[in-house]
Design a protein around this ligand. Structure first.
Ligand code: SF4
Length: 357
């Protein structure tokens, strides 16, 4: 894959863009000023693999508790600001690591410049985030309705204000609920600026459809080499967003966090309870951080091939299964012992891995 070469910006010590890994972020849905609930949710998100977290800052109370939030969490904190530039200034004063801003709704140029100057002084990146639902009236009149071109023009108008103030620590997002429009907008923008892209399909809905929609949209962008940090927007617990984001990146082999499990869909040839076995394997390996691939396959058709290619694998047979490790057959065991034997072999791999670390 040829990844678009973007510039690199830093949220605290955390890099986005350039040659840094494609990162995963999310947004809390607690009332930000409820410190206990917000911190608790951020901790759950950190545990799930969230690398940057954004909180809504709708009022001064929320802005003023940013330093306290930061003390209690270990990932960079981004403030989401709309309408009131004073909230951005206070967030910076409180030590926030990044801002999501829509300069178009901050008001006069003078106010935007105050924010930009302070962000520059404190080395705080600003994401210019355009959503198809909030395009300025002027551009809606020009284009008739939200289009990719209107989104790009809107973003460029805002980016220019930052650039005219010699501010270049910029991240761009161009999100629509329409996958085609989103892809077109990022492709158009890729020819205009080289700032990092924050990608996602906005307001994707509830997890069942929203994860598929996000995977199609984000996956299409990533395979085109576009995207430096991703956020999945679901009407759900944000932990689900982070899990889905990891699954998308892992499915494209762009990141790996722990064990990758391959399992076959089962068919008339399956002679073991594969579905039950895979669920148990998944559960047992949920917190395993080994970067290995485990194949759990139903029969001798594709089983041995996949199991041999994986670091470790099972190829099912009639009420039994063969365990393969690093391409070699290790043993044949009865179905009721398959899970434990597989775990034993994974534990051996773990000690080999620890020794080599
Ligand atoms: Fe069927 Fe075997 Fe393929 Fe699984 S690996 S789907 S059991 S043919």
């Amino acid at each position: 894959m040829h990844r678009r070469q973007s510039t690199k910006v830093y949220f605290g010590d955390f890099a986005v863009g350039g040659n840094s890994e494609i990162s995963i972020q999310s947004m809390t849905n607690t009332k930000t000023a409820d410190i206990k609930k917000t911190v608790s949710q951020i901790h759950k998100l950190e545990e799930a693999g969230c690398e940057l977290i954004r909180v809504a800052v709708p009022d001064m109370t929320s802005a003023k508790i940013i330093s306290e939030l930061k003390e209690k969490i270990s990932i960079p904190l981004i403030a989401d600001i709309h309408f009131n530039y004073k909230l951005a200034l206070e967030s910076i004063k409180q030590g926030v690591d990044g801002l999501r801003l829509n300069p178009g709704n901050i008001g006069s140029r003078d106010r935007v410049e105050k924010v930009v100057k302070k962000a520059k002084k404190f080395k705080i990146p600003i994401r210019v985030g355009v959503n198809s639902g909030s395009i300025e009236k002027r551009l809606l009149n020009k284009y008739g309705h939200p289009t990719a071109e209107a989104m790009v023009e809107s973003a460029l108008d805002q980016i220019k204000i930052l650039e005219e103030n010699n501010f270049f620590d910029i991240v761009i997002s161009l999100k629509s609920t329409d996958i085609w429009m989103t892809i077109k907008a990022y492709k158009l923008m890729a020819n205009k600026r080289d700032y990092p892209f924050h990608i996602g399909i906005t307001e994707a809905g509830t997890p069942k459809k929203g994860i598929v929609k996000s995977a199609v949209g984000i996956g299409s962008l990533l395979t085109a080499g576009l995207g430096d940090t991703i956020r999945i927007s679901l009407t759900s617990d944000p932990v689900t967003e982070v899990e889905a984001a990891w699954n998308i990146l892992e499915s494209l082999d762009l990141r790996q966090r722990g064990v990758k499990i391959i399992s076959c869909p089962t068919c008339g040839r399956t002679n073991i309870d594969l579905e039950k076995l895979v669920k148990k394997v998944e559960k047992r390996l949920k917190n395993c951080k080994l970067p290995i691939t485990v194949a759990v396959m139903g029969c001798e058709v594709n089983g041995p091939g996949e199991a041999k290619e994986a670091d470790i694998g099972i190829a099912g047979g009639k009420n039994k299964g063969i365990i393969f490790k690093k391409g070699k057959k290790v043993k044949t065991v009865n179905e009721d012992k398959l899970l434990d034997e597989l775990m034993n072999e994974i534990n051996k791999l773990r000690s080999d891995y620890d020794e080599n670390e």
